[in-house]
Design a protein around this ligand. Structure first.
Ligand code: NAD
Length: 449
């Protein structure tokens, strides 16, 4: 099948390369010339495990192009056009301007041809976007009704850091559609995938994505709030508390052979410094705004947001309780990406900690294996951060070491535990083995106050 992808960021690029690896003929378009040039030279512009190798091995099935007024008529050559442009939250609401721009362009294209082309929205959009907002724009621009063109909604559930595996071996594939011909196209597109496929209308597909992300964010905020309460009560072993909670068969089923199955959901039931990234923060806010529009007070959703917004402040409060005076302290932040195995720093808690600490400490250094360049673009010039390559060498010259992203390379700090007697280790991700450290200089959300 000939597939075009509009928007070649994290989702568009991973989708394009993975679809090409299954034998489809794919062309990824972006309006950013720099991105397109880099990809055309065979190098991915994002860091994602295994992605570059898959690009090289699928090279004969994939190409890249710039999308602009002069090139948009190239899209007529494709059976399906997948849209993976950004849908940021602006003033708490989803900004659909990038989707609107693409819909307008597709309307012009559909007007100019008799060919049936199916537009499939992969970007995360609020329920009703595909069957109303997008459909209306295309119909107005093309002066043609749905049926002369197709519409679908295929939400993406990949997790950055594990994106290639998630795309190639998904838990399920969601095929949202507004016309039967689009459903046929989606079935054909994902024929090489042997997993459960859910077929439903586009607004149900859109809703599924929001419920999925908001429910996971709810677990994270809930557990963070419980952990904070436990710390303030004092003398509570919250790690043991949660271990006991996880043993509930409804979280961790007992297998026939008597062993316990600890499913991935347990990872969302561990306290930390809060959620970040390009999806959870914006998607949870978008669902809240949508609820308000529907006159449903989003009480739980807003509480999830409020707890998460507060969590970095609570981290600083914990540190100040331990250290008292931060003003003469040299701080080393380990990890800038919002999670390990990605260079994405959007809404990274690490950057929030840097902003909160910048006025309070004597100096700030930061390390990340792949995300430094992206972080430099996000952190204000007025915040003085010394970005370092050799974090191990810097450990000796620091007073406070903060693990902000649980990259596995930082796990090697366990081996330094006996020599790190002068530094405070603040393990916001509970990555290290706390038993190896002296409680007087080790701090995590799981340590007692
Ligand atoms: P991104 O910012 O990395 O990529 C978007 C790309 O679209 C950019 O490269 C931009 O230049 C391009 N673009 C914008 N308008 C364009 C136009 N008119 N023509 C051509 N190109 C255009 O965003 P992303 O992280 O890939 O997210 C894309 C969508 O997927 C969002 O709706 C997001 O919520 C959703 N999503 C993201 C993830 C994730 O982990 N990143 C996971 C699931 C869903």
């Amino acid at each position: 099948m000939k597939i075009a992808i509009i928007g070649t960021g994290y989702v568009g690029l991973v989708s394009g390369i993975c679809l090409a690896s299954k034998g489809h003929s794919v062309k990824c378009f972006d309006k950013n010339t720099e991105i397109v040039n880099q990809l055309t030279s065979g190098v991915c512009h994002i860091y994602e495990n295994g992605l570059n190798d898959l690009l090289v091995s699928s090279a004969e099935n994939i190409s890249f192009g710039i999308l602009c007024d002069e090139t948009e008529n190239q899209l007529v050559a494709f059976d399906a056009v997948i849209v993976a442009v950004g849908t940021p939250t602006v003033d708490g609401k989803t900004d659909l301007s990038q989707i609107g721009e693409v819909a307008k362009m597709m309307g012009r294209l559909i007007k100019s041809t008799d060919k049936y082309i199916s537009l499939i929205i992969k970007s995360t959009v609020v329920p009703g976007t595909t069957d109303t907002f997008v459909k209306n724009i295309i119909e107005d621009e093309s002066c043609k009704k749905l049926g002369h063109f197709g519409l679908g909604m295929n939400p993406e559930f990949l997790r950055e850091g594990n994106a290639v595996d998630d795309f190639l071996s998904p838990d399920r594939i969601v095929l949202g559609y507004e016309d039967e011909a689009t459903l046929d196209i989606l079935r054909e597109m994902y024929r090489p995938w042997d997993c459960q496929k859910v077929e439903l209308n586009s607004r149900s597909a859109e809703m599924m994505k929001y419920v999925n992300n908001t429910l996971l964010a709810t677990l994270i905020s809930s557990v963070n709030e419980y952990a904070n309460i436990a710390r303030e009560i004092g003398n509570i072993d919250f790690q043991q508390v949660m271990y006991g909670v996880h043993l509930d068969n409804r979280w961790s089923p007992l297998m026939e052979d008597g062993t316990k199955l600890f499913p991935k959901i347990i990872d969302y039931l561990k306290p930390g410094c809060g959620y970040g990234g390009s999806c959870f923060p914006k998607d949870v806010k978008a669902l809240s705004a949508l609820a308000e529009e529907m006159l449903i007070p989003p009480k739980i959703i807003d509480a999830v947001i409020a707890v998460n917004d507060e969590q970095p402040n609570y981290m600083i409060k914990m540190l100040e309780h331990k250290v008292k005076d931060l003003s003469d302290k040299r701080v080393l932040i380990l990890g800038l990406a919002f999670k390990p195995e990605t260079d994405d720093v959007r809404e990274s808690v690490s950057l929030k900690l840097i902003n909160l600490l910048s006025e309070k400490v004597s100096s700030l250094s930061a390390h990340d294996p792949v995300a430094i360049e992206n972080a430099k673009k996000q952190i204000s010039q007025s915040v003085n951060v010394n970005y370092i390559d050799d974090w191990q060498a810097a450990v000796g010259n620091t007073d406070i070491l903060i693990i902000a992203t649980n990259w596995m390379i930082y796990k090697s700090i366990d081996n330094l535990a006996s020599s790190l007697t002068e530094q405070i280790i603040f393990d916001t991700r509970s990555l290290l083995d706390s038993n190896l450290f002296n409680p007087s200089n080790y701090l995590s959300v799981l340590t007692k106050k």
